[in-house]
Ligand binder design. Structure first.
Ligand code: FAD
Length: 647
């Protein structure tokens, strides 16, 4: 008899999208199974750009330090174009991101390391690991249970087959040696590199099948997604496919910007994107041609030597010598999108499984991780009985928009970057247009400008806005504040850890003013009342801040008020000892140790320092609603549309 087991969520595919989802669900203690057909994770190459927004999220999961330490930092971009004398000249220098875009830099590091950090985090949170060398062979959804979200209903059944070593060993066309090539990996990847899952005895069950039943299945299984095919869906899109030669190498060159992200547009030899990497590596993206989707490109004509030769022609008159090639690939992609991302909110797609585009934009891994970051807490809320299943509708609404924008951006970027770039009406792209385009995309490319339209989890914008720097539907923009209790400086978003909680940020204004103090007390009384959102949506047995955490930021100086002056609910006692939550009270002030570094959060966010406002922030750091302090009941009314009243 085929063994059967039950999970809240089964994730198919352990690339960036699957591992981000697994990390989220592990942090939230959701019963999860992750399967991947490969015996070993990515070890070198593939995606490499990690945007500021992804670092912000990595911070909330606790592994941003590893990324910052190991990655190369991208601070400046340079454009090079043909000079009148026939060589190349630097025509533009610009910051990679506008100053103030994020508290974190743009980092470049191989996908293999990002996967390592996620694997470590999911293990640390709830001992979750990936079951490798396993692929699904069948999936059914029981229509009679589809709308049954009770604890005992597991409507999706998956048949999983344990693969042989041969079936689960990736053949990466371009890697220098093989899928196990590992010259660019660090010591904590060694076990994977040497043994894959062999050491864990994965092949002992090769050929056997098991059935798992789940409340939700998420297909994070890449561009050729098996899950997507089971849903009868396909990626649809642009007819032109682009073919990229991608190569990581240690080089010797007299090109002065080799440690900056640089684009070089040559007169006749095409264009190249140069990306500095960790461990003295440099990545080159060379577009090797475009093909019609029905036409098969002869990949055998591309080799590391041909990529290097093309790069050398583009770099001329600068010299370029590749002394060590760490990894290379031929990456053939079209700009394609799946028209839907779910089957009845029971089966979902995330990452490359629902959108593909060129690697040029450096967005593939980031967008894929952000898809499942958007989905993870919503699934957890439904599984934990905190919210109605209808919130799952917002996943497709929100992420489909982002995927469409990404494809549009990539389409423009790819044409700008083609050997002889042309505009959509067929005219050649001027160097000026090329520069302008680059300048215009900065914020979007950092991932910080993602904007979800009003939906069940994003209220329509209030007019006029009380905090123009906190648009509804965008990630909470962080600035430095100082803790009232211990004078420690913090970036406010450092407090928004990935623990599934909502944050209600009370910008309380100047509480030295009696009127403002009264206002804050009224807000606190409502929050502490049986009708308020804290008691309504938090199980009585749990800490009062376990579903919605209230954080207060005053605009007056830190030492002009004592913590004791604040109502209890704003810094409640903690179980089991009843000690106070001192970490919930902050001032828009400098710290005694950094007296000249006031974050000026009120000014940056455009909030009136006298009267303040309230911001409701989702567990994924997206702003849902901003209202006035005397409109605090809007928060309860908004949440009651989808949050489940607890007994
Ligand atoms: P993937 O990273 O594709 O992960 C999918 C996972 O699902 C894999 O682990 C796979 O083994 C597993 N899987 C697939 N099918 C099944 C199945 N049936 N059963 C079980 N498991 C399954 N992006 C860039 O920005 N720059 C680059 O240079 C670049 N180069 C790339 C080179 C290659 C060869 C590839 C494949 C991709 C490259 N990308 C690059 C794209 C980038 O890697 C992806 O955008 C990003 O990894 C998407 O993450 P994902 O988790 O959605 O999918």
């Amino acid at each position: 008899m085929v063994p059967t087991s039950e999970y809240d969520v089964v994730i198919v595919g352990a690339g960036p999208a699957g591992l981000m989802l697994a990390t989220w669900l592990s942090a939230l203690k959701i019963r999860t199974k992750v399967v991947d057909k490969r015996s070993v994770k990515v070890l070198a190459g593939q995606a490499d750009g990690v945007q500021c927004r992804t670092l912000e999220v990595a911070h909330s999961f606790g592994f941003v330090d590893r990324l910052i330490k190991e990655g190369a930092h991208i601070n400046e971009i340079c454009n090079w174009t043909p000079s009148i004398e026939g060589g190349l000249e630097r025509t533009k220098r610009m910051p990679d991101n506008e100053p103030g875009t994020s508290r974190f830099p743009h980092v470049v590091l191989t996908q293999g390391r990002i996967e390592r950090f996620l694997l470590d985090a999911m293990k640390d949170f709830n001992n979750l690991t990936v079951d490798r060398s396993i692929a699904p062979t069948g999936m059914t959804v029981d229509a009679t249970l589809e709308s049954d979200f009770s604890a005992s209903a597991y409507p999706v059944s998956l048949t999983l087959r344990h693969l042989t070593e041969e079936e689960s060993t990736p053949t990466q066309v371009g890697t220098v040696a093989s899928g196990l090539h590992r010259s660019n990996v660090l010591s904590d990847d060694e076990a994977d590199a040497m043994n894959g899952s062999v050491a864990r005895g994965a092949y002992a069950h090769a050929g056997e099948e098991e059935t798992v039943r789940a409340k939700f299945v998420v297909g994070c299984d890449g561009a050729r997604s098996w899950v997507r095919k089971q849903l009868g869906l396909s990626l649809e899109g642009e007819s032109a496919n682009s073919l990229w030669g991608v190569l990581d190498a240690v080089v010797v060159t007299d090109f002065p910007d080799i440690r900056l992200k640089s684009s070089i547009q040559s007169k006749d030899a095409g264009s190249i994107l140069v990306v500095p990497r960790e461990k003295d590596l440099v990545r080159f993206y060379v577009q090797m041609g475009s093909t019609d989707p029905n036409e098969r490109f002869d990949r055998s004509s591309i080799s590391p030597e041909s990529i290097v030769a093309t790069a050398q022609r583009i770099f001329a008159p600068f010299k370029l010598e590749c002394r060590h090639i760490d990894w290379w690939t031929i990456y053939e992609v079209g700009q394609r999108l799946c028209k839907t991302v779910t089957l009845d909110n029971r089966v979902f797609l995330a990452g490359d499984a629902f959108h593909t585009h060129s690697p040029k934009a450096g967005q593939g891994m980031n967008t894929s991780m952000m898809d499942s970051y958007n989905l993870g807490w919503k699934i957890a809320h439904v599984v934990q009985g905190k919210a109605a299943p209808s919130i799952l509708d917002t996943y497709g609404l929100e992420r489909h928009k982002v995927a469409r924008e990404l494809i549009d951006y990539d389409w423009k970027l790819s044409r700008m970057f083609a050997g002889k770039p042309i505009t959509s009406d067929g005219k050649p792209v001027s160097h000026e247009e090329f520069k302008k385009f680059y300048e215009s995309i900065g914020k979007w490319a950092s991932g910080t400008a993602v904007h979800y339209l009003p939906n069940a989890l994003v209220a329509p914008e209030r007019e006029p806005s009380l905090a123009p720097g906190l648009p509804h539907g965008q990630r909470f923009e962080s600035h430095a504040v100082v803790a009232l209790a211990d004078a420690r400086p913090w970036h406010l978003a450092d407090r928004f850890l990935a623990d599934g909680r909502w944050r209600l940020v009370l910008f309380a204004g100047d509480v030295r003013e009696p009127q403002q103090r009264d206002q804050l007390e009224q807000v606190a009384a409502y929050l502490d009342s049986p009708q308020g959102p804290l008691r309504t949506f938090t199980p009585a047995s749990d800490d009062l801040d376990s579903v919605i955490e209230v954080i207060t930021v005053i605009s007056n100086p830190r030492i002009s008020v004592e913590p004791n002056a604040f109502p209890d609910v704003l810094w409640p006692p903690k179980k089991p000892y009843g000690s106070r939550c001192y970490d919930k009270l902050y001032a828009d002030d400098s710290s005694p140790v950094t007296p000249n570094e006031r974050g000026e959060i009120y000014r940056h966010l455009g909030i009136d320092p006298k009267t303040g406002c309230v911001a409701l922030v989702r567990p994924d750091q997206t702003v849902s609603l901003v209202c006035a302090l005397d409109e605090i009941q809007q928060v309860g009314a908004f949440l009651s549309q989808f949050m489940v009243t607890q007994l």
